[in-house]
Design a protein around this ligand. Structure first.
Ligand code: CP3
Length: 350
């Protein structure tokens, strides 16, 4: 088995990191966005014990436990720290609630310079110490079995939640502000960016081996707006992280693939609308990650195997990390997820 020396600890399985750095791998690494979550009965039991999502996320021992579950139960090639992208606004002074069946809600929103002046740049060590503690526990308990992925939301996606106050199909309140008060939008985006850079650097110091930026709402912007309100802030984050691979996943931003491919990042995440061959052409220098439609995991075991095989054939075995094109849906059968992971391990041999 190949080994790698990282963070003072030998990783027994470092294929994800080697693929991220563009080094040769003997098979395609695989993990799933949202792998630590409701698909697993074992997660639901710990969540029940914690009492709420926020309690679970802010209790380092429990967050560490659900982070490691998919490594043991599903056989993925990486763990992703159990948390949420919305811990950053909370650390800036804007608390959120997680409402059952509905999702996140911010009781207060940020829509004016005055609202913004009440927020601070998050200090990761003091405001997000519970995530850093969870990372340290996970690293210790994983004992080098697989790498740990840290993450944060992209500034534009965080801006959407902070201004809108809740999830939305259109995020029209957030987008309206880009037209009516671009100066405010840039000021808020910069404060989120500064908070995020410190947070990701702290995750890396605590032990994260690679970090992913989730721009989940990239696809609601026009190409011009994306260039103005999202890309420059992601670029600042990529430029501030120099010693650790960064993955940029901008869902729906098919139009920005070339520009994202030129960022100072190692991996570009793709959703299922983005064609593999076309993406290779647009992003020739990076490792690609993705992009199976999560709904394939509702199909038969045979169909899942066939789709996984086709995906590896189109992306190839090098400079590639297998994943879904977005987070796994909570009502997915874990046996189907395991089927997908096993199929990648079988068909992804170099
Ligand atoms: O396994 C993992 O990927 C790590 C944990 C993780 C969570 N959220 C836990 C979670 C990660 C990486 C996230 C990222 C996240 N959170 C994103 C970006 C990725 C994406 O899916 O686009 C976004 C947009 C959020 C915000 C968020 N958190 C929403 C909209 C919701 C409600 C919808 C839903 O999935 O329930 C959440 C809640 C949430 N975050 C849950 C989990 C496991 C479910 C709540 C619960 O278990 O009670």
């Amino acid at each position: 088995m190949q080994t790698g020396y990282l963070c003072g600890m030998i990783l027994q399985n470092d294929i994800l990191l080697r693929a991220a750095r563009g080094e040769k791998v003997e098979r395609v690494p695989v993990w799933l966005m949202r792998q630590a979550g409701r698909i697993l009965a074992e997660y639901r039991a710990v969540r029940e014990k914690a009492g709420s999502f926020i309690k679970l996320a802010t209790t380092p021992e429990l967050a560490a436990e659900v982070t490691i579950q998919p490594v043991d139960i599903l056989g993925v090639d990486a763990a992703i720290i159990f948390s949420d992208i919305l811990v950053v606004p909370e650390a800036m002074g804007l608390p959120y609630e997680m409402i059952e069946q509905r999702g996140p809600v911010f009781p207060q929103t940020v829509r004016t310079q005055q609202d913004l002046s009440r927020l601070r740049v998050a200090d990761a060590e003091s405001d997000l110490g519970y995530v850093l503690d969870a990372i340290k526990i996970v690293k210790n308990e994983l004992a080098g079995r697989v790498p740990l992925i840290g993450f944060a939301g992209a500034p534009f996606t965080i801006f959407c939640y902070m201004t809108e106050g809740k999830g939305s199909k259109t995020f029209s309140v957030a987008k309206k502000l880009l037209y009516t008060d671009p100066e405010f939008a840039h000021a808020l985006l910069q404060k989120i960016t500064d908070s995020t850079i410190g947070y990701l650097q702290a995750q890396i110091r605590a032990g994260a081996n690679i970090v992913q930026i989730f721009d989940s709402w990239a696809g609601i912007l026009s190409p011009e707006q994306y260039d103005t309100f999202s890309l420059p802030y992601i670029r600042q984050i990529c430029d501030a992280i120099t010693d650790t691979p960064v993955t940029v996943f901008a869902k729906g931003a098919f139009f920005a693939r070339q520009a994202i491919g030129q960022l100072n990042c190692s991996v570009v995440g793709l959703d299922w609308n983005m064609d593999a061959a076309e993406s290779r052409q647009l992003i020739p220098e990076k490792t690609l990650q993705g992009n199976l439609d999560p709904c394939v995991l509702y199909a038969s075991f045979d169909q899942i195997r066939a789709e996984a095989r086709k995906m590896v054939q189109t992306f190839g075995t090098q400079r590639y990390i297998a994943n879904l094109g977005h987070g796994v849906y909570p009502d997915t059968d874990p046996d189907k997820v395991r089927c997908f992971i096993d199929a990648i391990k079988e068909f992804g041999q170099a």
